[in-house]
Design a protein around this ligand. Sequence first.
Ligand code: DX5
Ligand code: ZN
Length: 214
Amino acid sequence: MVKIAPSILSADFSRLGEEIKDVERGGADYIHVDVMDGHFVPNITIGPLLVEAIRPVTKLPLDVHLMIENPDQYIKAFANAGADYITVHVEACRHLHRTIQLIKSTGAKAGVVLNPATPVENLRHIIEDVDMVLLMSVNPGFGGQKFLTSVLPKIREVKKLADLYHPELEIEVDGGVNEETAKLVVEAGANVLVAGSAVFNNKDREAAIASLRP
Ligand code: DX5
Ligand code: ZN
């Protein structure tokens, strides 16, 4: 069963609550929240206050993607605000195990994220400790970018590792996912698809979400 996680980065922020309810009605499985700090990525977006504000609006799990330096400093704040999943970039973590344990100590599910140019080898010694691996199929920072096909062999590699060491692992892909690329990533082994523009740029959210499922 493939899960769809609409990224609110492409939603109308002036009516964010309504937008979230709309994708929940349309069949979304998670709400993907893109947190950017202007340092790790060249854009600034959302903080714990906004996560707290949207928490009562939906029953869906909040999948909080931290694109920030020093994630350890903010993990508790996002967990207290209501994050269900917290994912951190390996490129931003000096002591990855410690950061993953910190996320788990809050009760949230923990995930690691790889940028497009970061090899899967980085997951080998952490894969048994995480609930989710997120593979970026664009360089993080903005919605609406073009899907990088170089993620496809990486998905296959992660799937192989998961089959060996962690069959329950959620394998999520983020960036440029649309009707065509969704097929490719699912075929390669992904089971959670993030989609921002493909969902929110379509007025019919139910149809948009359905079109991403295999
Ligand atoms: C990119 C973000 C993505 C983004 C995806 O930095 O992490 O979640 O919102 O947007 P689309 O689906 O439009 O590529
Ligand atoms: Zn994201």
